[in-house]
Design a protein around this ligand. Structure first.
Ligand SMILES: NC(=O)C1=CN([C@@H]2O[C@H](COP(=O)(O)OP(=O)(O)OC[C@H]3O[C@@H](n4cnc5c(N)ncnc54)[C@H](OP(=O)(O)O)[C@@H]3O)[C@@H](O)[C@H]2O)C=CC1
Ligand SMILES: O=C(CO)COP(=O)(O)O
Length: 309
């Protein structure tokens, strides 16, 4: 919707032909963005090769645990990819651009991230994001083609920092939701989020990113949105867990993905491999794995003194 609003001819690809046909017919993505009409500039198809033919780039917007399968299913060659997933792949511990690098090593790629609830961007409400890549031509092309006055898109040359921010904020949001759900108050959440930002920054630097990226839109910006926005799937999941809903039931009752769930253990393992301890993210991973009760997790999240805070 934003790409069309910025004046581009857009092809929306969906993997399910029946759903693609329904969207084309209704001119609406009724499942994910109900009530938001698809403008005439948007064509819908289930044919990935047709969607990518002649495209300047493709936005890849699938959850990170499905990114490898989705990209592997794309036709070979094709256009550069701009990935919007926020998380770490379980097993491989890859960040999104690392998955793309393994599958399409020759193709330029970028990551687009920031404080951007999809339903608000879809409505054209003001927002900002960063598009980061080692490929300067791709990041400026994406910025020019997707940015508008109401959707300010900054170019960035620290894709590692941007990816770490997007992954870590989802895990910290589960912790923040748990703190609020447990009735521990706004002071506790602010303390937790600030310490979460310190974890996000440490990991960013350890993986070769820059601390200033952690303080930007894809780090602090998205952390603020996700840990305070009522619409966050990760924060609301944390709230449900704190109120006693079992993880399976909480996941079954929601429509979209909560990336922090699968990302938490992978992020902690990736950090450990880089020699970095992430106490908040580790507590979330152990809570999700059933290794900590909510009470124990709260103790770990809020009581443990940190030498760097
Ligand atoms: N929603 C938001 O506000 C934002 C989300 N993000 C990030 O974007 C990513 C996607 O999130 P979101 O769209 O909300 O997730 P949802 O769970 O709402 O939707 C998942 C989408 O991915 C598709 N999908 C899943 N598996 C595959 C696959 N193997 N091949 C092709 N398509 C697949 C689904 O298609 P189908 O319907 O056919 O199952 C669906 O369109 C996440 O990493 C999230 O963190 C980033 C910024 C904001
Ligand atoms: O990434 C997001 C906003 O920038 C969406 O957050 P949730 O997945 O927690 O809803």
């Amino acid at each position: 919707l934003q790409a069309a609003r910025a004046g581009n001819a857009v092809t929306l690809w969906a993997r399910d032909p029946a759903r693609a046909a329904a969207m084309a017919e209704a001119r609406e993505n009724a499942r994910y963005l109900p009530g938001q009409p698809l403008s005439a500039a948007i064509q819908v198809t289930a044919d990935a090769a047709a969607a990518m033919e002649g495209a300047l780039f493709a936005l890849v917007v699938v959850p990170v645990q499905h990114l490898r399968a989705a990209v592997a299913a794309l036709p070979p060659g094709g256009c550069p990819l701009v990935v919007c997933a926020k998380g770490v792949e379980r097993g491989t511990l890859c960040l999104p651009l690392e998955i793309l690098e393994q599958l399409r090593p020759e193709a330029p790629a970028a990551v687009l991230s920031g404080p951007n609830f999809a339903h608000e961007v879809a409505r054209g409400l003001p927002a900002a994001a960063v598009v980061a890549s080692g490929d300067a031509a791709l990041r400026s092309l994406a910025g020019e083609l997707l940015g508008t006055a109401g959707f300010r898109l900054y170019g960035g040359d620290d894709p590692m920092g941007v990816q770490v921010g997007g992954a870590a904020k989802n895990v910290i949001a589960i912790a923040a939701g748990a703190v609020i759900g447990a009735g521990l108050g706004e002071n506790a959440r602010a303390a937790l989020v600030t310490r979460g930002l310190a974890e996000l920054s440490r990991l960013t630097v350890a993986l070769g990113g820059r601390a200033e990226t952690a303080a930007g839109l894809s780090g602090l910006g998205d952390l603020l949105l996700t840990t305070t926005g009522a619409g966050s799937r990760n924060t609301s999941l944390g709230m449900e867990l704190a109120r006693g809903t079992p993880l399976e039931a909480a996941l079954a009752s929601r429509a979209g993905v909560a990336e922090g769930v699968e990302t938490a253990p992978a992020l902690v393992a990736r950090a450990a491999a880089a020699g970095v301890e992430l106490p908040i993210c580790a507590a979330v991973a152990e809570l999700l794995a059933g290794e900590l009760s909510i009470g124990q997790a709260m103790g770990r999240l809020l009581s443990r003194p940190r030498r760097d805070e």
